[in-house]
Ligand binder design. Sequence first.
Ligand code: NDP
Ligand code: 2IT
Length: 449
Amino acid sequence: MPRDVSTTLQTICDEVFARNPGEVEFHQAVREVLDCLGPVLARYPEFAQNKIIRRICEPERQIIFRVPWVDDNNEVHINRGFRVEFNSALGPYKGGLRFHPSVYLGIIKFLGFEQIFKNALTGLPIGGGKGGSDFDPKGKSDGEVMRFCQSFMTELYRHLGEHTDVPAGDIGVGGREIGFLFGQYKRITNRYESGVLTGKGLDWGGSLVRTEATGYGTVYFVEEMLKARGASLEGKTSVVSGSGNVAIYTIEKVNELGGKVVACSDSNGFIHDEQGIDLDLVKLLKEVQRRRIKEYVEHRKHAKYIEKGNVWDVPCDVAFPSATENEILGKDAKTLVENGCIAVGEGANMPTTPEGVKIFLDAKIAYGPGKAANAGGVATSALEMQQNASRDSWTFEHTDQRLHEIMKNIHQACYEVADEFGSPGNYVVGANIAGFLKVARAMLGMGVI
Ligand code: NDP
Ligand code: 2IT
């Protein structure tokens, strides 16, 4: 890389870190993308001349608001709400809402930044955004969750719209929460604007396959990476972290493709079932009853629950981190590689630390970074928007086929672009450059805005 290019990128990184102090996850996400852009700036000086990277790193709009609500005992609580509308070069802001006590601006900005490039990779007309709150839905009654969602939307609604900003789910936000949010939006605006939220119920504008899409898409992506190496998931053993939406439908698709998942987790510990995870049981415990994963072993006596254990210690051929950011540390990546892991598909966003990523890349295993591998979720959200716009609803088979094609295309784009820019087999380089180029070209075409 020419020296002036690497100096420019380093200066931009330093500026972003100084302008956003303490937002360590955002810094990490920015550094990873910028580390890949040297060859792009060298080839296209117009991007630097027009300060495209500096503009991409500054959100178009950031909204922070108070969310007061009353619990079942009439006690008042105050949470903080966020929506970061990061980039609308390719379409309305699009990205999920996360409700988790760890949420602060730095998390929402890292997620929103990743979302820009992920959404670009889908090839669909969606910009990047993310939102959420430090509200903890765990242990709350349905009534409490409803009142929180209504209060959250009472502020957020003024910033949304099917052509403006379209939220969906993420950690702690699923079908129940999207229902409460949509109901309040409809009531305040007096508009049945289906396309303003995705992940809706199937009876009122939701799309088939959206629930399954992130997990299925991640497995499709891994299947493509393996195919490129003459392998497949059939007969392989997998480990999946988390036991939420992404984890559950990752397990379902691995099973369908002839693989076996032997472990999954939640934030308290993990279960290990050498006979293969009983997915109906996990669905019942997590989706229907909202219980903890440790209860699995009460029903499957031969399985083990390891409280506070590390799921990455379980040997596997393929790893699917599907819980949260930075859940695979350098030491975990080392363990996975030493145990013979040949592929990693990131269902979660940025689940691997930079040390871990380096270990995977150095070991030359098939490593699919989140912004490529988990793009099936948001892609199917965009398909939901298409159905809403045409007041139509597609069959499961048709929607799944579209999702599958999109994931194949993303894989192909990442693979080819990595090659073209001198890093064959490196999907981090491929995803970051392919995503960046789409956004950068659109921004260039629209002038200084
Ligand atoms: P869910 O809330 O359905 O499930 C999250 C799972 O991860 C739970 O098992 C949860 O355990 C675990 N988890 C969450 N936070 C932590 C933590 N800090 N430490 C350990 N475990 C944790 O969320 P999703 O399945 O929707 O999301 C999982 C990941 O996938 C996130 O990174 C999200 O950003 C990403 N993603 C989601 C998409 C979607 O469509 N839903 C799309 C693309 C990416 P516990 O119950 O104990 O908290
Ligand atoms: O991280 C993500 O891509 C999501 N949480 C899904 C976003 C969406 O708009 O469907």
